[in-house]
Write a protein that binds this ligand. Structure first.
Ligand SMILES: NC(=O)c1ccc[n+]([C@@H]2O[C@H](COP(=O)([O-])OP(=O)(O)OC[C@H]3O[C@@H](n4cnc5c(N)ncnc54)[C@H](OP(=O)(O)O)[C@@H]3O)[C@@H](O)[C@H]2O)c1
Length: 262
């Protein structure tokens, strides 16, 4: 299916690896020009090179090494370009822990990265999209928004704040001007981040990494982790012309792990 977005330009944050990279890959395959952002230069350069190989229709790939959760980082992005047609917001998730140990600073950091950064990115781009009559914003959040994980309280809290904000703004006057905003809530996807949490779980339980992976995957109805490529394909569809009537939604790719009807 032609998604109708060839020639559009996307900002994809947290895109040197994992789910953000998956989104950038799916977009360049559709002929979308991308600006990818991550902090580490080396991984970013290698991601950009791979994306250039995968790009179709003359799509261009630019890469900027910066911290998107800082005002200075976002200013660097917007100095390059502001009139993006597509914005994928993403950054690392907050660390796990016990809420009794989290002070104000820990909360501010989580809220900054996982709530205020996407809001700032939306604020900077959405009115231009509305004026031009087309825009797609996809926020990478987490299945923990629907199905909270106790040790991920910083993520549950900060991302729920973003979810509430998006529910309102997606239904504001921009909705009639061709702009959609949706959240993508990953369940368990096989990325570096998941690898880190599996290693920690293995260490804590005394089990091997393979055993932890086997047990976790058996608990997912699909019987496996998701891939960044699958995640990216859903993101690209949310950015498509065909998805123009889909806004303010929380899409949960998790292999059926969420046990509820709604
Ligand atoms: N994978 C899963 O199963 C899963 C499940 C639920 C939620 N999530 C959430 O989905 C998001 C992406 O996860 P992932 O698994 O793709 O992680 P990942 O494999 O660790 O990749 C994260 C990407 O974001 C970049 N990044 C991190 N912090 C950044 C910052 N401050 N500014 C710019 N770029 C930044 C990283 O590069 P640098 O470190 O070089 O900046 C990297 O490119 C995270 O918020 C995670 O909590 C993931």
């Amino acid at each position: 299916m032609d998604l109708g977005i060839a020639g559009r330009t996307a900002l994809v944050c947290g895109a040197s690896k994992g789910l953000g990279y998956g989104c950038a890959l799916a977009l360049v395959r559709e002929g979308v020009n991308v600006l990818i952002v991550a902090r580490g230069q080396e991984a970013l350069d290698s991601a950009a090179a791979q994306l250039r190989t995968a790009a179709t229709g003359g799509a261009t790939v630019r890469a900027l090494a910066t911290d998107i959760t800082t005002e200075a980082g976002r200013a660097q992005v917007f100095a390059l370009q502001r009139d993006f047609d597509i914005v994928v917001t993403n950054a690392g998730g907050p660390p796990p822990g016990d809420f009794r140990d989290w002070d104000r600073e820990a909360w501010i950091k989580a809220v900054d990265a996982n709530m205020l950064t996407p809001i700032e990115l939306i604020k900077a781009t959405v009115d231009g999209m509305a004026q031009r009559g087309f825009g797609r914003i996809v926020n990478i959040t987490s299945s923990s928004v629907k199905s909270p994980i106790d040790i991920l309280g910083l993520s549950n809290g900060a991302r729920s704040g973003l979810t509430g904000f998006v529910a309102g703004v997606a239904r504001s006057s921009i909705a009639a001007k061709g702009v959609t905003i949706n959240n993508l809530l990953p369940g368990k996807f096989d990325t570096d981040r998941l690898g880190g949490t599996i290693s920690a779980a293995a260490k804590k339980s005394g089990k091997s990494v393979d055993e932890v992976r086997r047990v976790q995957q058996a608990q997912i109805p699909a019987g496996r982790y998701g891939t960044a490529e699958e995640f990216g394909a859903i993101c690209a569809f949310l950015c498509s012309v065909q998805a123009g009537y889909l806004t303010g939604q929380n899409i949960l790719p998790d292999g059926g792990a969420y046990p509820g009807t709604y």
